[in-house]
Structures are given as C-alpha cells and as structure tokens.
Design a protein around this ligand. Sequence first.
Ligand code: CP
Length: 319
Amino acid sequence: MHNPQLNAHGELTHLLSIEGLPRDVLMQILDTASSFIEVSDRDVKKVPLLRGKSVFNVFFENSTRTRTTFEIAAKRLSADVINLDVTRSSTAKGETLLDTVDNLIAMHADMFVVRHAASGAPHLIADHLRRVGRNDVHVVNAGDGRHAHPTQGLLDMYTIRHYKQEFANLVVAVVGDILHSRVARSDINALTTLGAAEVRAVGPQTLLPTAIERMGVRVYHDLREGLRDCDVVIMLRLQNERMNGALLPSAREYFRCYGLTPAMLALARPDAIVMHPGPMNRGVEIDSDVADGPQAVILPQVTFGIAVRMAVMGIVAGN
Ligand code: CP
C-alpha cells in the first residue's frame, strides 16, 4: 500500500507517523541527527540547509518543548520561522484548516509543522497538498490527537540509542496512560521497527487500548511485573484533557499503583534509564526523587529533540 509520507523513490517527504516507515528511514533520521548534535556543540550553531525556506509552526494545542525545539531547529537550519498565533488566527472565526493552509501557501510556505487535537489533521493537509500539486511543500506532524507524535518517538529512540547503543537486546516498558497517548503509539511503532527485544505496555486495563497486543507488545497490569529487569522505562503523563468519564478512582490511587518511585525503579535493571516526554505530573505518574534522580534522562531528551527535528526537516525538504 502507498505510504503518503514517501515519494516514488521511497524517500521521506512528509513526517506524519512512524507507523509503516521502514527501518532504514528511521535509522537515516537518527544518523542525521547525530551529525546535527555536533553542529549544536559548535560556537556557530547554524547550517544553511533551509536558507530561503519558510517554516510555519501551526499549533492548535498547547506546547512548550515541541514548538520551541522546532523553532530552534528550523533557525539552526537557517530557515525563516513563522509562529502562527492560532488564538488570533482566522480559524477562531470559523475558517477551515485547509483554507488557512491555502492562505499560508499563498505566503510561500515551504513547510508546515502542525499540532492539532484531531487525529489525522496533518494527513489531511498532506493529502490536500498532493491534490493541489504542491509536492514541494512539506508537513511534519508535531502531535495529532491520540494518533501520533513521530518526532517525540524519534527523539526517544535517539535517547535510547545514545545511552544503550543497540536496540536488539533491550527490554523497554512503556508505562501509564497508553490509551490517550500519541507518544506511546509512536514509541511502540519505532521500538518494534528498530527491533527491541521486548516492548511492554504497562498500565490499568482502563488506560490500555483494546487489542494493543497487535502492536507487538506484552501487556502488564502490575507495575512491579512490568518493570522487572527493564533496560528502559518510558513514563507517560496522565492525559486528563483527553479522558471522558471516570477511568481512574483518583490521582492518589493511580500514584499508589502506577507511580514510579525509587522502590519501584529498583525492580528494573540497575543501569535502567527513565524517560518522560513531558510535561510531567510529579506525584501522579512519577516521584520527584526519580524525575530528578541519576537514572532520569528527561532533560537530555529535550536537548536531543533539537537535533532530531533538524534531521527531520532537513531530510523532508531535501527529498
Ligand atoms: N512532549 C511534548 O510534546 O511536550 P509539549 O506538549 O510541551 O510540546
């Protein structure tokens, strides 16, 4: 089946989802990001890869890390960056998403970085660009509904590779609100494509999607069992804004059963790393002693996100 992210040569032209992307493409992004880490360490942090291009950050949902690191990444590639203020944009007056996109194309947009509460919004834009014959304009998904957050998935893979080198022998636990998490879906798709030995989905029944085993994971409802002998622990935020109805008794009860405390982390391997995409709810899914402890790599994840986003933008525009 045709993958709308790839051109006729199998090269990435949009980044919409990790699902269905070949291992080679994921490795190309990780390897390209490695070269941009070196750029970030230089006094002059810029390269001219996107000089003369206009990148539009179009965020219909809140963001701290993703929006800011995309902006830094685009500037380091020498692009012009335009941050659309969605609260003041014409979508607030009823303009459709695609009409907004057409207007931004009329302003010579070369790339859209899109975050939207609706799953599929970046796909819709990419499909529209294809129909209007604008294969020179690219879309990068910065998180759509519960569906995908591919650059977060890629920066998570970059972080894992940085600390653990190989994926083949790793046991990775993804813990928490997987039902509402686009990060979990992107991480699981990336880990299975990159050949992690075992990917575990750990959480209460009410916060795991039905038939999640089909994604290639082992399901654990007991945090102790799920963490035992893990190499990597990826904690997820409780996504209160996406929950309909009472899926949990209380935040305190959730922390008692699924919160990552030092005692729980001691069940993982002694050299296990702890990741979190942010924003964290301290005392809900993660204890501060773990979040600020020696095994946490949560802030390095953010830093690696700049190089990974540089790699993604450089590759899609280059193709
Ligand atoms: N991880 C992540 O997407 O964080 P932001 O919502 O701050 O962008």
